[in-house]
Structure formats: C-alpha cells, structure tokens
Design a protein around this ligand. Structure first.
Ligand SMILES: *[C@@H]1O[C@H](CO)[C@@H](O)[C@H](O)[C@H]1NC(C)=O
Ligand SMILES: *[C@@H]1O[C@H](CO)[C@@H](O)[C@H](O)[C@H]1NC(C)=O
Ligand SMILES: *[C@@H]1O[C@H](CO)[C@@H](O)[C@H](O)[C@H]1NC(C)=O
Ligand SMILES: *[C@@H]1O[C@H](CO)[C@@H](O)[C@H](O)[C@H]1NC(C)=O
Ligand SMILES: *[C@@H]1O[C@H](CO)[C@@H](O)[C@H](O)[C@H]1NC(C)=O
Ligand SMILES: *[C@@H]1O[C@H](CO)[C@@H](O)[C@H](O)[C@H]1NC(C)=O
Ligand SMILES: *[C@@H]1O[C@H](CO)[C@@H](O)[C@H](O)[C@H]1NC(C)=O
Ligand SMILES: *[C@@H]1O[C@H](CO)[C@@H](O)[C@H](O)[C@H]1NC(C)=O
Ligand SMILES: *[C@@H]1O[C@H](CO)[C@@H](O)[C@H](O)[C@H]1NC(C)=O
Ligand SMILES: *[C@@H]1O[C@H](CO)[C@@H](O)[C@H](O)[C@H]1NC(C)=O
Length: 877
C-alpha cells in the first residue's frame, strides 16, 4: 500500500501487470535446461511451478518491516526463468558439489496467494534453509508436508500471514536451529497448542533461535519453556498471547542473549535478585508485573546493550545501572518510577536511545543528559521534572520529547545547534520567555515541532526568511502568536498545523490552500476574520475554526471526494443555510456549527452521512420541525445530538429517536475507553467538543467513543415526551428543558441506566416523577418550572403530603454512577524504539485521569494528555 503512494498509480499497475504476465506465461520447457547447469531439472521445474502458484502483490510485503528485519522488498522470482541455471536465481542457493537446492530465501518478495499443501516446493528434499518471511499467504495453514524437509536447519515463515493451528509436524524437524513463526501481533491467528509445543521443546535439541512473536499460545503453560534446549540464544515472545507467571529461571539459561517477552493479559515474570546470566544482551519486558522493583543486580548484566522494561516498576532507578557501560538503549518508560535521575548514570556514554517517559520522576534534569555524545533519542515526557534545562552539548539528537513536565525558564538557545533534530516536543511545560522563530532556522531536518501550552511567546522576526522543508507536524497552540508563522509557508509536506489559542488576526492566508497534504488544520480560538476560503486543501480531514470571527455565508463548497471527518465552525458569525455539498464529505464523523447565525430547517439530508456521530447545531436560527421524510432508518451512528437554542417546533423527533442505534446498543465495560481522533499515524490529535453545563460552556478535551448525549433544550417543541426515549439506554445526558412539552414523564425513562444528567425543567409536565435507578439521583433542578410535577425529589407530594427534599450530593453521585463521559487519559505517545522499530511501538499504559471539566478552552489536543486544571473534580483510578 505504501509503495503505491510513492510510485504513481498507473506506473504501478503496469508493473504489476507485467509481473503477472511473466509469472503466468512462463510455461515450463524442460528441454531448455542443459546439462551444464548445476541445478537439476526436477528442482528447477519444482521452483518454477512454485513460482506460478502465487501472484505478485505490492501489499504483500510491508516495506518498513522488511527494511527493519531484512532489506527492502524486491521481486526475487522475476529472475527465475527457464534456460538459466536455477542456482543463480535470486534467493536460491545450491550445494556447490551436488547441485541440490539447499537454501531458499524468498523473504519480502511480494508473493501473494494461498499456500498449496501439494506445493512442488516439497520436492526440494535437500533444503536446509527456508525463508518465506513477509509475504502474504492469505491465512493458509502451514502445510504438514513441511516435515518432508528432514534436513531443515532454518525455518522462517514470520509475518507471512499463515494462520490456524501450526501443524504437529513442525515438531518433527530435529535439525532445526532456528524457528521463526512470528505473526502480526494484532492478528493472533497462528496458534501453537500444547501438544505441538511439548514435542517441539522435546525434539528440537539444537534450537538456538525461537521467535514466536504474536503467536497465540494461550493454552501453553509458560513453565514448558524451561525445557527448551540450553543452546537457546534468542527467545522472542513479544506480543504473544501467553498467560501466567513466566518462570524466571529463563534468566539462568547459559547462552541466552536476546529475550523479549510482552503481553498485557496476566503475564508476569519476577526479575531475579541475583545470579542473572551475564550473557544477556537484549532484554525487553512489557508485562503486567515483574516484581515491582528493578533489582540492583541488574548491574551484573555486563553484556547488556539494550534494556527495555515496562512492568509497573516502582521506586527509583537503581544506581547499579551505571555498571552497564555497553548499554546503547535504555527504555524504562511507562512505569511508576519516582525520585530524581541519578548523577551516576553519567557514565552510560554509549547511549543512543534513552526513554524514561510516563513515570513519576521529579527533580531537575541532570546536566549529563545534555552531554551524552551519541544520544539520538531522548524521551522524558509525562513526568514531573522541573527547573531549567541545560544547554545541549551534543548535536547527535534526532528525537527530543520533554513534553508534559513542569520545566521552566527559557528554551536553551543551543537547540539551534541540534541540526539532526527531526522531532521536537516541548509542549505542556512552564517554559516562558520570548522565542524568536529563527532559533529553528538551522534545523533543516525538523519534521515535528510541538511547542504548545507553555508560557512562550513565539515571535516571527522581521528578517526571518528561512524555510524548514521537511516540516510535517506543527503545533503552536497557546504560543501568543499574533500572525501566521511564515517559515512554514514553504514546507510542502505539511500534514498538520495547529495554531489554536493564539491571537492571530486577519484572514486565512492564501498559501494554506496550497498545502495539498495537509490533513489537520486547527486555527480555533484566534481572532481570524473574513470568509472561509473556498479552496481548502483536498485531503483535509480535520478543519477546526472554532471561536473566531469568520462571517459571511457558510455556503463554501465541499468538493466531491471531500475527506473531512471533523468540521468544527462553532462560535463564529456565519450565516446562510448549511451547504448541501456537505454530503460530499462521506467520512464526516463530527459536525459542529453551533453558535453562529445559520438558518434553515433541520438538515435531514445529513442522514446520508453514514459515519456521522456528533451533530451540533445549537444556538443558531434553525426552525421548523425535526422530522424525517424518509422511511428508512437514519443517523444510525449518531451519539451526540445538540439542537438546543434554536427555533425548532413541533413534536419530539420520534422517528429519529427510535433509530438512534448507537445510543441504544450497550457497550461492554471492559477495555479502555477510546477517544475520537484524527487518522494520523501517531494519533496525536484528539477531537474536542463544547458542552454546556449549568449555564457554562466547557470544552471536553476528548470525545469518548462511548459518549452519548441528546440536547433539544431551548426550542419550541410540543407534545408529549415519547416513551421511546427509554430505549436510548446509552444516554448519559438528556436535556429537554425550556420547551413546551406537556403530559407525564414516561416511566420508561427509568431504563436509562447510564443517565447522569437529566434536565426537563421549564416545560408543562405533570404527574408523578418516575422513581428508581438513576431517577433516585436527580435533584430538584431537573424538574423546576413544571408546575404540575410531584413526587421525589420535589417537596410537592403527589398525595398532598409533603416529602422533604432529598439530601442529594451531586458530585458524589456523578462518580458513583461512573461517569465515563470525560475520562481523559494520557500515554507517552508512540515511541519508535530503536530496539524493535515499528513492530513494538509502545503506548504508555493508561494512567487514567478523570477530569470532569477543564474550565479552560481545551489544550491543543495534542496526544492524550492529562487535564491541567480541573475545576470540578479530579480522581485517579
Ligand atoms: C522449448 O525449448 C525448445 C528448444 O529451446 C524450443 O524449440 C521450444 O519452442 C520450447 N518450447 C516452449 C513451449 O517454449
Ligand atoms: C493485493 O492484496 C490486497 C490486500 O492484501 C487485496 O485487497 C488485493 O485484492 C490484492 N490484489 C490482487 C491483484 O490480488
Ligand atoms: C534473505 O535475503 C535477504 C535479502 O533479500 C537478506 O537480507 C537476508 O539476510 C537473507 N536471509 C537469509 C537467512 O539468507
Ligand atoms: C562451496 O561453497 C563454500 C561456501 O561458499 C566454500 O567454502 C567451498 O569451498 C565451496 N566448495 C567448492 C567445492 O567449491
Ligand atoms: C494441487 O492440488 C490442486 C487441487 O487440490 C490441483 O488443482 C493442483 O493441480 C495440484 N497441484 C499439483 C502441483 O499437483
Ligand atoms: C487475570 O487474573 C485474574 C486473577 O487471577 C483474573 O481474575 C482475571 O480474570 C484474569 N484476566 C484475564 C484477562 O485473564
Ligand atoms: C520527588 O519524589 C520523591 C519520591 O516520590 C519525593 O520524596 C520528593 O519529595 C520529590 N521531590 C520533589 C522536589 O518534588
Ligand atoms: C561509572 O561511574 C562510577 C562513578 O559514578 C565509577 O565508579 C565507575 O568506575 C564508572 N564506570 C565506568 C565503566 O566508567
Ligand atoms: C528570502 O529568501 C529568498 C530565497 O532565499 C529570496 O529570494 C528573498 O529575496 C529573501 N527575502 C528577504 C526579505 O530577505
Ligand atoms: C411556539 O410555537 C407556537 C406555535 O406552534 C407559536 O405560537 C409560538 O409563538 C412559538 N413560541 C416561540 C417562543 O417561538
């Protein structure tokens, strides 16, 4: 897929076509193999036939993974032609005496198709090495015929989309020295079951390398791994599905050099307090528990080059780490480590990668960090570091993330010397001072720059005439900008531009229109004026212009194929009707045009947007009734509908209500809540939403995919409250206040068990207030202004006998009923580790912070972040 984006599509198709043509037209002509060839006819034939059983598909070999593990993918079988000695074909190696094919290496060869169990490959009885990694065998089973390769020493079928149970025969390859079955970790498709594994462990007495990353081994007792051959040098169980306590005697295997173990589901291992095997070079653990403390004995691992531990470690970083001078990569992110970073770590002078993100570390950053001569990656985000930072004395840094700490003072001007820097994130700290933009002018490799949410004033110097050609992601939220940063003007690869919460005045500049890759444009909370240009970039998926002074007719066009997912024009001065061309944006998930002067009737034509989840039309001049003219169900995915403060009239939109499927299906309680976010690779941009509560506006910093709200208040809706509202069982918030609704409150509403806020005030409702479930938690203000209502919690009893008002504790109740609306979490973001590259990027384990409302306008939305100032409540789960 990625390669398609690089080559132009027609060229690519032509190429594929030619490849296929060659593959299929090479009919086999045995007579063309002359006797001078080393390779036997039979084997050449078998290979050619094998070749024809697959097509070539560029999506079959992931170029990133291939490059990381092997080399860039290539079309190896292209060189396989009759008439040419098969021993000289790409990927084929022969015994130079017997001429038998002994090794076949077709890793990353774009092979695509099911793997036939009668494949002619199995004629190659002399194979000693078979590598089929990174192809796409389309969920074939690994054929049991594999056991015919009795001489096989190396078998690598990793990431080649084999699935199902690995055949028992795989254990009957007694000469195997290396076995690699790793799969894509989210497929969990390849299953290794206990009997096979027991035989494998028993028979493979020579095995040195065992890679089972991503393999489903749920039925296997981790103790069985202890029966593996003592020759073992590599054991890769990263992203595997394995449960239980992994015996720590693995650390006493005499030859083990590389050990990777990860799995979040009840997988634990105790780090030993002594007697580690000192041959260990790479250690990667990402499990639910590893004994809480990192023992001092870790310093005995003299050969250690790479250490990565994420397993809820507490306490301080042991001083003995300084005794590991070979260490090039140290990743202790996403633990609960606390205290200061020790000065003694200064002699880890070979470090190229250091991540301590997402811990509870505090104190100032030690000076040695800024002098490590080879350091390329420095991730210290999401801690509690404070104080000023030193000048940088190295220029090797390529990635620097100090975000979400309490660092203060000026940004050191030596940052200007970090010419290799491609990623810079200093956001959400207390950095202050004036920053002249040309401080960054020499950073010609810069791709990402995030300075948001500090006390910085970023100034464009008059003579700042430079450009950062590789710039891709920019976030300068709350940077006191008064103008558009001109140095991004010529950054042609720009994908996200977040300039929210500044005081930029004026029109949107024309050059924005020329940023064809641009996906995220957030200019919210500025002083922008004029009309929204009609030339918005084609690939935009987020356009957030909230809280500015844009005016004029909203009818700027949305072209066919419009890719917008989130359009937020809330709080401007736009008028005219909602443009119908919005239906061209078929991916739209969030549409918020609240607080403008938009006119017209209810835009029922939005029904044709299949993914619409959030629709906010509040505080405009919409009028008429909210009814569908269609027979078919619509707005099936809508979860948030806010039509408040308009002139809608007529009865409640019962037809719609009966079809709001997303407000009905109950979600499972397990799993972390997710946020709606822009579809960028590192998920850094979260959607936000303005909500009103008790007369104040608040901005939710993340929209949970479970949020479910209906607000029809402040209109002129008449008639009864439909009992069908009771079927919207996911509703957390229901506001029908200030309408002309009459009749009883239907008892069916008692089944809204997720309801946290109910407001029916200022209508003409009568009769007894329903009792039970959430209704026992609502206070008087949910009902006031309805003179005909009676019963708890009102003091007016239905039988004329007064009941005292309930002693309702609002805050406590909100929590007791588990409000999930505004749970904000944060993680350390995605870190591309040196260790295992793309495959094992780690998202910090969630340390959920529940914040009800952050009274400030939202932060830039960059990453999942901890709410900064929590007005109402803050609670750590
Ligand atoms: C097979 O090879 C012979 C001799 O090289 C040639 O004459 C013949 O046309 C070939 N047949 C096919 C089907 O390619
Ligand atoms: C290539 O692979 C993709 C997905 O793996 C599939 O959707 C597509 O149809 C394949 N193309 C061909 C020509 O087989
Ligand atoms: C297989 O071939 C690739 C190049 O395509 C190479 O990088 C890799 O080392 C080879 N593997 C083996 C085991 O020969
Ligand atoms: C066969 O190849 C191996 C490895 O390339 C080499 O060491 C050996 O000398 C060769 N033997 C012959 C007979 O060419
Ligand atoms: C393999 O089996 C399939 C059917 O199962 C058959 O169509 C195909 O010809 C067989 N191939 C060989 C090489 O025997
Ligand atoms: C993990 O273990 C605990 C206690 O043994 C058990 O209650 C829980 O269900 C397990 N969770 C999973 C996902 O297996
Ligand atoms: C740093 O954290 C440690 C342990 O949590 C605590 O004892 C110490 O007071 C903290 N220091 C500062 C300056 O916050
Ligand atoms: C590391 O530093 C400590 C002092 O902090 C010193 O005693 C030790 O010798 C150093 N080790 C190496 C390998 O430089
Ligand atoms: C800015 O740089 C460009 C190209 O380097 C040059 O053409 C232009 O004159 C410069 N403008 C100023 C104001 O220095
Ligand atoms: C509400 O609607 C009725 C007619 O349906 C109309 O008479 C009345 O003026 C409206 N009220 C408001 C405040 O618009």
């Amino acid at each position: 897929m990625r390669i398609f984006t690089k080559l132009s599509a027609p060229l690519c198709f032509l190429f594929v076509f030619l490849c296929l043509k060659t593959a299929f037209s090479s009919s086999i002509n045995a007579s063309s193999f002359s006797t001078t060839h080393l390779c036997s006819h039979e084997e050449a034939l078998a290979l050619l036939q094998f070749k024809t059983s697959f097509s070539i598909n560029y999506t079959a070999s992931d170029p990133y993974l291939c490059k990381y593990y092997y080399t860039k993918p290539s079309f190896k079988t292209e060189s396989w032609k009759e008439g040419i000695d098969c021993c000289s074909w790409d990927g084929v190696s022969c015994d130079n005496v017997t001429g038998h094919v002994i090794a076949l290496n077709l890793s990353c060869s774009f092979l695509y198709g099911t793997f036939p169990s009668n494949s002619t490959l199995f004629f190659l009885r002399n194979l000693q090495s078979l590598n089929l990694a990174f192809n796409d065998f389309r969920h074939s089973k690994i054929p049991s015929e594999i056991s015919q390769f009795t001489r096989l020493k190396h078998l690598d079928v990793s990431f080649s989309q084999f699935s199902g149970q690995a055949p028992g025969e795989i254990a009957h390859l007694p000469k195997l020295v290396s076995l690699k079955l790793s799969s894509y970790y989210n497929s969990f498709d390849l299953i290794l079951e206990t009997t096979t594994f027991k035989n494998l462990v028993h028979n493979l007495s020579e095995v040195r390398e065992l890679k089972l990353s991503g393999v489903n081994m749920i039925s296997i007792n981790p103790r069985l791994f202890m029966n593996l051959s003592s020759s073992l040098t590599t054991l890769d169980l990263s992203k595997s599905v394995l449960r239980g306590n992994f015996p720590n005697s693995i650390f006493w295997f005499p030859n083990l050099k590389n050990f990777y173990l990860s799995g979040k589901r009840n997988l634990t291992i105790d780090l030993p307090s002594s007697n580690w095997n000192s041959s260990l070079q790479d250690l990667y653990l990402d499990v639910s528990d590893c004994g809480r403390r990192l023992p001092e004995s870790i310093g005995d691992l003299k050969s250690l080059r790479s250490l990565s531990l994420g397993c809820h470690l507490e306490g301080s970083i042991p001083a003995s780490i300084r005794n590991l001078p070979q260490l090039t990569s140290l990743d202790l992110s996403s633990n609960y480590l606390s205290g200061q970073i020790r000065p003694s770590l200064a002699n880890l002078t070979k470090l190229r990668y250091l991540s301590l993100s997402s811990n509870l570390l505090n104190g100032t950053l030690p000076p040695w960090i800024f002098t490590l001569p080879l350091l390329e990656y420095l991730y210290l985000s999401h801690n509690q570091f404070q104080g000023q930072i030193n000048q940088f004395r190295q220029n090797s840094l390529t990635h620097l993330d100090l975000s979400n700490n309490k660092l203060q003072g000026a940004i050191p001007n030596s940052i200007a010397n970090l010419v290799n820097l491609s990623y810079l994130d200093l956001s959400s700290n207390h950095f202050s001072d004036l920053v002249e933009a040309d401080m960054f002018s020499a950073l010609q490799n810069l791709e990402t720059i995030f300075l948001s949410d500090n006390n910085l004033s970023l100034r464009m110097n008059v003579n700042a005439n430079f450009t950062l050609p590789k710039l891709t992601h920019v976030s300068f939220s709350s940077c006191n900008l008064s103008e558009f940063p001109n140095f991004i003007r010529h950054s042609n690869g720009l994908q996200s531009l977040v300039l929210s919460k500044n005081s930029i005045y004026g029109n949107i500049p024309q050059w924005i229109c020329e940023k064809d890759d641009l996906q995220i444009l957030d200019l919210s909370h500025n002083n922008l004026i004029g009309k929204i240009p009609n030339c918005l970039p084609k690939f935009l998926s987020v356009l957030n212009l909230q809280a500015n002074y844009f005016d004029g007719n909203i009818s700027f066009g949305f072209p066919k194929g419009c890719g917008l997912r989130n359009l937020n024009l809330h709080g401007n001065q736009m008028d005219g009707p909602l443009p119908r061309s919005l239906v061209n944006c078929s991916k739209l998930e969030v549409l918020d045009v609240g607080k403008n002067n938009i006119e017209g009737t209810f835009p029922q034509w939005l029904e044709s947007l299949p993914d619409l989840q959030v629709l906010v039309l509040r505080s405009n001049k919409f009028h008429g009734s909210v009814q569908s003219t269609k027979e078919s169900p619509s707005f099936l995915r809508l979860r948030v509908l806010d039509l408040s403060n308009n002139d809608f009239l007529g009865p409640l939109p019962v037809w719609y209500i009966e079809n709001f499927k997303a407000m009905m299906d109950s979600h499972g309680e397990d799993g972390s809540p997710e946020y709606m976010k822009a579809p960028t690779r590192d998920n850094f941009y979260l959607y936000s939403l303005v909500v009103t509560w008790k007369g104040f506006n608040y901005e939710l910093q993340g929209i949970l995919t479970t949020l479910s709200r209906l607000n029809l208040s402040h209109n002129n809706l008449t008639g009864h409250i439909s009992p069908s509202l009771g079927s919207l069982t996911n509703l957390e918030w229901l506001d029908l206040s200030s309408n002309e609704l009459a009749g009883k409150i239907p008892d069916e509403l008692v089944s809204l068990t997720q309801l946290v806020v109910l407001n029916l005030s200022n209508n003409h409702l009568v009769g007894r207030i329903p009792q039970g479930n959430q209704f026992n938690t609502f206070g008087n203000d949910s009902y006031e202004g309805n003179l005909g209502l009676c019963g708890i919690p009102l003091s007016k009893s239905c039988d004329g006998i007064g009941t005292p008002p309930s002693s309702f504790q609002e805050k406590d109740e909100l929590w007791r009923f588990g409000w999930r609306v505004v749970v904000l979490g944060y993680g350390c973001g995605v870190v591309f580790g040196l260790l295992m590259g793309y495959l094992v990027f780690r998202i910090g384990k969630p340390k959920w912070v529940v914040s009800m409302f952050d009274g400030r306008p939202s932060q830039s939305g960059r990453k999942l972040r901890k709410a900064r100032r929590v007005d109402v409540l803050e609670l750590l789960i």
